[in-house]
Design a protein around this ligand. Structure first.
Ligand SMILES: *Cc1c(COP(=O)(O)O)cnc(C)c1O
Length: 424
């Protein structure tokens, strides 16, 4: 489905994504030969003539169809900006998407996308657990607009999810299936292809959108569009940004869906600024290097934890065994286990806190995907506003610690965990 530009090919073959991250979509001749895309720190753009301004607005507001060789002109940075447009082109490469829209945050991407496709009376079916902000949007905000959220546990079979839809009596009103996989912080997987089949089977004849929050494994280790998803969402704050210094979000999919999302983004004003886009382009140059290093480090860390007497259980995708139904989903859907690990210490909150307070190299902070390793306590931090009973059902126990493995030397990460575990 990709609409790659000719520069994305060499000898008729598509270039690898990592080879295109240094310059794809950018033309130095339009910027004084600068090898890197400058920051177009400008709110508005000068029209060559009044007629040109009129023509640009006609296209921007959908008043007429785009001519065959007509390019959408630059108007105002809430509608479009060169840094955003080039970044968006570059982001489409990894997920092989037609189009992308960049946002001021992951939540801006998720909320704008939901407002684009959900209307009063609609039902959004979603996996559980989901990111805390998404959970609040689904359960506290969307109901105020007449949209009902219906949850299913990550790891549920296709039949079980189908049963949840039927029992709810909402099949006719289903408008979106929203999936977060692997689930945070348990690493439970949701079968994207099964959700795409369910979307096609429900909705009373209209198109049910399958949207996947791919923040944990994407875009390197999981590409939801290949498994039937319609839209891919990211908190680009995490692996895509990768340095814990920027907040941003992305939505990717077919051109017709992304144009609808961008229409809402223009009016809601949820786009990112040019400097954020510049930082993300810089981050993309090392995305594969960083994610590969983090993924390799995480395996050492997970193996160490699994063997430690003070660790009761490790939740890590690289440790799934063949008798586990999640194993088959993993092999269909993911190409590597990523770098997010949760584990339960022997004991409860007190023991988990003792470990967290003893860490020296690994920082005690929420967020993830950055170059530095971070650790946090899901039950009292990222997932503290989830109903305590539901939290336990989801497997988020007081003994659980979540680690985002960084690019440090894995021996040092392990040494830090070892000395901290000894203090329990
Ligand atoms: C962080 C995160 C979000 C929210 O992204 P922000 O950039 O903080 O708005 C959404 N989904 C997942 C899975 C996340 O980890």
């Amino acid at each position: 489905m990709s609409t790659r530009k000719p520069e994305g090919y060499l000898e008729g073959r598509p270039l690898h994504p990592e080879s295109l991250m240094m310059g794809y979509g950018y033309r130095p001749d339009l910027s004084q030969g600068a090898v890197k895309c400058p920051v177009f720190q400008t709110s508005t753009f000068v029209f060559a003539s009044a007629e040109e301004g009129k023509a640009f607005f006609e296209l921007a507001y959908g008043l007429r169809k785009q001519g065959p060789n007509e390019e959408m002109g630059l108007i105002y940075s809430r509608l479009n900006n060169p840094d955003l447009e080039i970044l968006e082109d570059r982001l489409t490469i990894w997920d092989e998407a037609d189009a992308a829209a960049v946002f001021a945050s992951g939540m801006a991407a998720i909320s704008t996308t939901m407002l684009t496709f959900l209307r009063p009376g609609d039902v959004v079916l979603h996996s559980e657990p989901v990111y805390g902000g998404t959970d609040y949007l689904l359960k506290q905000i969307l109901p105020q607009f007449g949209v009902r959220a219906l949850g299913f546990p990550a790891g549920a079979s296709e039949e079980a999810i189908s049963m949840i839809i039927r029992r709810s009596g909402a099949a006719e009103h289903l408008a979106m299936i929203f999936v977060e996989t692997p689930a945070n912080p348990t690493n439970a997987l949701v079968d994207i292809a099964a959700c795409a089949r369910l979307a096609r089977a429900h909705g009373g004849g209209r198109r049910v959108i399958v949207a996947v929050d791919n923040t944990f494994l994407g875009p390197l280790w999981q590409q939801p569009l290949k498994h039937g998803a319609d839209l891919v969402l990211y908190s680009a704050t995490k692996y895509i940004g990768g340095h814990s210094d920027v907040i941003a979000g992305v939505c990717l999919g077919s051109l017709d869906l992304i144009l609808q999302v961008k229409g809402f983004r223009t009016i809601l004003g949820t786009m990112s600024g040019p400097h954020t886009a510049f930082l993300l382009m810089r981050s993309l140059e090392t995305l594969k290097l960083r994610m590969t290093c983090q993924m390799k480090n995480a395996r050492y860390v997970a193996d160490f934890l699994a063997d430690h007497p003070k660790v009761a259980r490790v939740h890590y995708l690289g440790h799934l065994t063949e008798d586990d139904p999640q194993h088959a989903i993993y092999h269909r859907q993911c190409s590597a286990p990523g770098a997010m690990i949760s584990f339960e210490v022997v004991g409860g909150e007190a023991e988990a806190f003792r470990l967290l307070n003893a860490l020296r190299l690994i920082k005690l902070a929420v967020s993830l995907g950055g170059t530095e390793s971070l650790a946090e306590h899901p039950a009292s931090m990222t997932h503290s506003d989830v109903d305590p009973e539901e939290r336990m059902e989801m497997g988020i126990t007081p003994a659980m610690v979540r680690v985002s493995v960084g690019v440090e030397n894995p021996e040092d990460i392990i040494a830090d965990l070892r000395q901290a575990l000894e203090q329990i």
